[in-house]
Design a protein around this ligand. Structure first.
Ligand code: TYD
Length: 137
């Protein structure tokens, strides 16, 4: 999986004088059909979440409130840190990317859109195993 597929996305804003409205349509504003959403909030600033890669799932992460950071690694020496701090931007993460989410603000609500239903068997939770898998591809 090539690292240059990891991308910040900017979503259409349809707000008006009544307030903001941001639209994210599967297969239109993001590269996959959405099968699952979950959201993370109430994580302290020193907590590191994620710490896994996925064999199948693609994700888009959006801080719909507050902010956090995500560090992405491809297991082949490329890594980058992205700040998620605007409700109308998100990061696209293809499959087989290691991710760590951290630096959560107290008001952070991190919305995660996924291309797959939850299956714990497609999660790779050992970094050494992840490196072995991507380098075998
Ligand atoms: P985990 O993957 O550790 O969360 P994160 O990567 O965001 O730190 O998931 C925490 C718990 O929630 C774990 O017991 C698995 C469960 N879970 C589900 O049941 N369904 C899901 O879609 C997700 C993302 C997690």
């Amino acid at each position: 999986m090539t690292f240059d597929k990891v991308k910040m996305l900017e979503f259409p804003q349809r707000g008006d004088e009544r307030g903001h409205l941001v639209v994210v349509e599967g297969e239109q504003d993001i590269p996959f059909d959405i099968k699952r959403i979950f959201y993370i909030y109430g994580s302290d600033a020193e907590v590191v979440r994620g710490q896994h890669a996925n064999r199948k799932s693609e994700f888009v992460l959006i801080n719909v409130a507050g902010q956090s950071k995500v560090k992405v690694k491809d297991g082949r020496g490329n890594e980058a840190v992205f700040s998620l701090n605007r409700p109308h931007t998100g990061i696209y993460l293809p499959k087989l990317m290691w991710k760590d989410m951290y630096d959560f603000s107290p008001d952070s609500v991190l919305l995660c859109l996924s291309s797959e239903h939850y299956d714990p068997n497609e999660y790779i939770r050992s970094y050494d195993e992840f490196v072995r898998i991507v380098n075998e591809e």
